[in-house]
Write a protein that binds this ligand. Sequence first.
Ligand code: ATP
Length: 632
Amino acid sequence: MNRRLLNPDTASDLEVRRILDDPKISGFTMIAGAGSGKTTSLVKALDHVIATRGKKFLANRQQVACVTYTEIAKQEIEGDLAHNPIAHVATIHSFLWTLIEPFQLDIRLWVQEYGAERLAQLESELAGLSSRVGPKRRAELSRSIARLRNGLARVDTVTRFRYGVARSYGEGIVGHDDILRMVPELIVRKPLFTRVVSRRFPLVFVDESQDTFERFVRCLRHVAIEERDHFCLGFFGDPMQKIYMQGVGDIAREDDWEDVQKPENFRSPLRILDVINGIRVDGDNLVQVSGLPREKQREGEVTYFVFPADDRRMERLERARVWLAANSGIGAWQPLDGADSTKILVITHRMAARRLGFENLYDAFHGSRLSDDFDEGRAWPLRPFVGTILPLAEAARSNRAALLPMLRRTCPILQPEALVGTSTHETLKTISKGLDEVLGVLNTGGPDSIRRALNVSREYGLIELDDRLAPFLIADEAPGSSEESDSLDRAINAMMKCDVTELNGYWSYIGQQSPYSTHQGVKGAEYKDVLVVLDDEEGRHFQFSYDKLFGLRPLSPAERARQSAGEDTTIDRTRRLLYVCASRATEALAIVLIADDVDAAITALNDFTATRPAAIVTAEVVDAWSAAETDR
Ligand SMILES: Nc1ncnc2c1ncn2[C@@H]1O[C@H](COP(=O)(O)OP(=O)(O)OP(=O)(O)O)[C@@H](O)[C@H]1O
């Protein structure tokens, strides 16, 4: 049963329905604060289209499209709609790929044209390098040129183009960045594609519009203008929740587009609502009121901590959690149905990696071009573990019934063609022995055990190994050992040397099983109790600084100039990030500020909470309380 559809309609939901039923309106925006129910209204809008036009869409092979920012958001919305096939819910890249995939010839032509352009760019960059540029950069550029030239030479032999994370034209793989460039370009340039969008998807809704790429917004706007009578475009977003640099932020409305207002907040209890309104005061000053009837409104709870930036911050964080559970006036911070309901938000994945014991693995990938992929659990060198070995190990330990179906799907020696002329009994015996050995490696770990686990899995035919990993399987001969090696080779070699037990923490982290998430990773979600850690040093994040937001560190002269020019600064970006984090809690919120100068931080927090006084708990209080508890 879906959850969002059960919420009562608001005036904005009725307004959206009126717009959707009016063929003269080709677009609308619903720009509103956190917890105002934008996604709920979006789901209701999809449901309305399904109810009113579903039959016609089915007959015409049309769908209503809903474009989400993350895979998790996509799954949630699909669940809300009971996976109704009339709604095509997809992330931006996958939506764009759906549009272009049938047009293989256009993809080929685009790849050839863009590839040649890119090649010329790289060649001119290499030729123009000054004599001060070192051999490493030269070698990297030469390699990229050789790879691209080689790929372009083989494009003619590609029978079908596929979509992958990193481009490899010779293999027929168009990359993530290519899709985002190619499809909007074709939609704007070729009337055929403009029509394809409106005929296939007469309505397109975009969730989290503030973080949507400008190019994508531009091409949809083009469709809405050109196909005015056959198309309707709806944007749902909040500029105050823009946390990615490439996001478009505000959406300008065309003349015939409507603006749907949504002034309420249905998520935050009153004290937390005060905090998020307070964060927004220096932004766009939007003030929300609770949308719930008075009898359903709750007070909630907000606690601030200020801890010194020393090497005991992790220990104190743990103590703060225990302190909160013991001292909450509303019974917050308790496990829910036996599971930990607290979400701890950290600025970078490094802090979670340290806490969950996968810091070496983290370091292996950070500094390579796969660092984002690693953070999001999709770095290809780890695919054998994430996709096969770890799920197999989990099934072998706790759900043996799931083992065989999994093996049938993933194990190369169990594939029908491999079984021809072999004894299934012997094959299963080999697999069972292999599994025991891999489990042995996974349990004992030790240096180089990622490499060992891969070797064993390959030896027993448990996995189909990516060719690119093969050179790294023999420790002494692995590429990437010297400083001069390619950063990816170095990353893979460092990964191979890691202890395989580090994957346990990583696995629970990317599967959202751990209480940790990054500040950026919780957009759109909600949790009962949220603890936000504001720690610049842990983050070492150049885009955000809580010290600067709270006036504990001055802006650089360049940033001051940007501020005077009315441009986006670290302070604006950090304010938006804090707004996103603080607005996730449905019951209790704790903000932990880690500062070099604790007294200055307390003064800054006092200023911040001036109109809504709140307790500020210091390290001394938490330490003394903890010591007293231990003595008890
Ligand atoms: N009309 C309503 N009545 C009661 N509760 C509602 C209503 N609309 C939404 N909610 C609840 O409010 C919470 C926030 O809703 P939703 O996630 O749709 O908001 P949002 O604006 O998309 O949030 P955000 O931008 O902060 O991610 C959810 O728990 C949802 O169930």
